[in-house]
Design a protein around this ligand. Sequence first.
Ligand SMILES: [Zn+2]
Length: 641
Amino acid sequence: MSTGIRRYFRSLLDMYVSTIVFTSLIILSLGYFQLAFPLDHNNGINNYLENNNHTSFSILSGNTSQKNEALPYPNINWENPSAIEQAKIFSPPRVEKVTDGIYSAIGYGVANVMMVEGSDGIIIVDTGNSVDQAQKILQAFRDITSKPIVAVIYTNSHPDHTGGAGVFVEDGLKTGNKVDVIAQESILGSYYASYGMLAQQRSIANIFWGGLLLPKNDTDSVISYGIGPSWISGNRSFIKPTIFFNETLDTNISGVNIKLVHAPGETLDNIIVWLPKQRVLFAGDNIYRAFPELSSMTGAKYKDVPQWISSLDKMRSLNASYLVPSHTVPVLGYENVTDVLTSYRDGIAFVYDQTVRFINKGLTPDELIQAVILPQYLRDHPWLQERYGQLSWSVRGIYSGLVGWNTGDATWFNPVTPEERGNKIVQSVGGSDRAISLIRASIKDGDYNWAAELATYVLNAYPDNVEAKLLKAGALRIMGWESPTSGARNWYLTQANILEGNINATTIMNQPKYNTLDEAIATVPIKNILSLLQYRLDPLKSQNTTATLGIYLNDTKEGYTLEIRRAVLEYKDSFPTKYDIALYTNSDVLKEILLGQSNLQKAVDLGIAKIVGGNVTGLNNIANLFEYKLKAPIHRIQGVN
Ligand SMILES: [Zn+2]
């Protein structure tokens, strides 16, 4: 049992259990827990899925009525049954035959890898997240056929679809074939954008959303990723596409007629793959067996929901007999496919249309999420369960995408600071001790959200109040355990563990791994990196600086301008006609300098960099105006001081 859980139970004991009788009961029930759920630290979630009967763990096993009154945490089930049912989809990892010649490898990683068998070669649709995952899948495919790989198709740019490409391409090339890699034309832009101006924010959000720092084999562990088993990272091998298309591409590969169609939805570059003869439709990320993320928790761009609906309509019009999504499971049979596609489309359309309807009636986001409720038949549909996306986030995302920040109440135009609000609310309820007892009462009443909110006010006023931290952690933990939605569970539990001090977020987030400029420098073209520098200019250091820097790369014959005008950087894709200082070098050297693997003086001494109009010191003075390593200031509301 982790320190977090121990501390959590200890805090419960401290707070609520005053008699030796109850203490003994708790210890007994914890003993029961350990016997019934031996958490083998060498095995993952799949293991416990296989080895226990999924009955709920309750702190209060046995005779509960009396104890429920004594403790405000009755019958806590740390495994939401809906989340457990979703996790079973991915366990064990396997290759499923969809129909003759069509296979989907499920559960090896977050996304599936599909195989289409042609007359003398095979086509891979999506490639998995990592080299390791791709190797395992290729091995499993090799039990089915030894035909060479002749083409790879990406349905979108995300790493779980593109990260294993090298394994399949290399395997194909070994046989002397050429291997086409096919994708929609915006894929490279999307791929590079993942290393763009908000890469660090995304990276931090992913820690919470993916539960990357949660303990393993524990009641706080990740149950699944909603649309895949827990995120398994590893070395990636993205291969640049060799064939791009815009709207559609009709082709024949190894005797298989294939139609590729741009169908934006979950991502802008999403494509669908249609095999007219076999009547098989590969959906990419436009549908999976869970309510969609119409608006992302981690901060992806506003998604154009009507465009997603029209892509689903395009898919429906094909009258497919087999639907093969890149996440979760395939659907077999025309009627099933029609039902799933139509219900999914209608579920999304209902949320969008009713949100718009209520926006026009003047409802605010907090009111909208109460008003927009799916009709029962859609609420019950197995493909619309909130195990990945959540309806309320979708509604909020649509509101902010269509309306913006103003909820209509002028009170919130220029509100008091969080600290002031915390102070005033705590005073209004009669001080922090009184606030703490109100938080406890709310937990006892099952009003966990309000308990967490009130604890937040206390913490905004008194950031070091340990009781408020532990109570907030307890309330968040229960909401996390109760949530069927993977991202919500992980976020609640990560925040709870941060509040308890089990996860040191500041230290972890300030590691180079999460300062993603390094990864960008290693991955994307120089001009993408230079265009990111404007987001790292320190206004205090640069407020009196006016300077134009020219950069010319001898190998690519490309030039760039960085013009600093008193706290603002203007970047241009061309060499300046007039400059104060200029650097001539080549791409590799510039990358090495940016990565700190080589310094400017050394490059100049070696003759692989030349400075005109100044010297190394002058150039370094300009470089020092930028905040190269962004320290993550995580607000104490998430538990960090
Ligand atoms: Zn995906």
